[in-house]
Design a protein around this ligand. Structure first.
Ligand code: HEC
Ligand code: HEC
Length: 223
């Protein structure tokens, strides 16, 4: 009995020693992979230049992986990014790792509440992560009706997406608008099977603007 307990204790201690460093290596590796991406998408995947570079933190991991593959095959044209996604530079396994890590990065929509013991650096880092998209112009109520009827089935009632359906809420309005334009010009396929008759083609310009306004109004829903 004593032997068993001693064995369990030492095995437990060994696990404690191994587990954190194994995780640390993974995080280090993923940060290594993400290094070149940060120049455009920001340190936390928050994107930049008002949506020239989309936010990718908190985006759906399967969707991101598929987009990276699409950039690689040039099914979706992205000239600035193409050099970074070539097979040699970003094998599938690394695409998966970086997508999963990015998906796990939470960017709060509210100023955090601090404990008295939090030091200045902790506070600064937490504040830097706060991301709020400015209100887009448009009729929020009408936009909500269109969104819940025509978009929510895939992109989710709160706009967070799931699986292959991207998160739309918390994304730069300019970026979303640019993508909708790309779909309407058939530069990107929104819903392959229906193409020209897809849901986006049934909307007026005003509907689209209202939906974009609505999306900026529901950012504070609990994630
Ligand atoms: C030189 C700038 C640049 C670099 C470096 C870069 N990207 Fe991008 N990325 C972009 C731009 C620009 C877009 C948006 C293209 C568009 O408008 O269609 C984009 C789009 C994306 C998207 C699609 C987002 C969506 O919602 O569909 C993902 C995912 C992504 N990048 C991940 C990465 C990863 C991972 C890396 C590093 C391996 C990386 N990017 C490096 C510029 C860059
Ligand atoms: C039948 C499911 C479905 C419905 C309904 C739908 N979408 Fe999508 N949407 C998708 C899929 C799938 C993608 C990713 C397509 C791709 O790979 O480019 C997408 C992508 C997008 C993107 C690009 C996001 C990004 O990060 O690049 C925007 C913007 C968008 N949808 C807006 C809308 C709006 C607005 C509506 C409602 C009017 C809507 N969608 C309804 C399935 C749907």
């Amino acid at each position: 009995m004593k032997e068993i307990i001693r064995f369990l204790l030492s095995a437990g201690a060994a696990l404690l020693l191994v587990a954190p460093s194994a995780r640390a290596v993974d995080l280090e590796r993923v940060k290594d992979i993400y290094g070149p991406c940060a120049a455009c998408h920001g340190e936390f995947g928050q994107g930049g230049k008002k949506g020239e570079y989309p936010r990718i933190a908190g985006q759906q991991p399967k969707y991101m992986f598929q987009q990276l593959k699409n950039f690689q095959s040039q099914a979706r044209i992205n000239l600035p990014m193409y050099p970074f996604v070539k097979e040699r530079d970003l094998p599938d396994e690394e695409m998966k790792l970086v997508s999963e890590w990015l998906a796990s990065v939470v960017l709060p929509t509210k100023q955090p509440e601090f404990k008295e013991t939090d030091d200045a650096l902790t506070r600064l880092l937490a504040m830097e992560k706060v991301m709020i998209i400015p209100r887009a112009e448009g009729d929020i109520e009408l936009g909500g009706q269109v969104y819940q009827k025509q978009c929510a089935a895939c992109h989710g009632k709160t706009g967070l997406g799931r699986g292959m359906f991207p998160m739309l809420v918390g994304q730069y309005t300019n970026y979303l608008k640019r993508q909708i334009d790309a779909y309407l010009k058939s530069e990107r396929a929104h819903d392959e099977e229906v193409m020209k008759e897809g849901v986006l083609f049934s909307l007026s310009e005003k509907d689209i603007q209202d939906v974009l306004a609505y999306l900026t109004s529901i950012q504070e829903v609990e994630k």
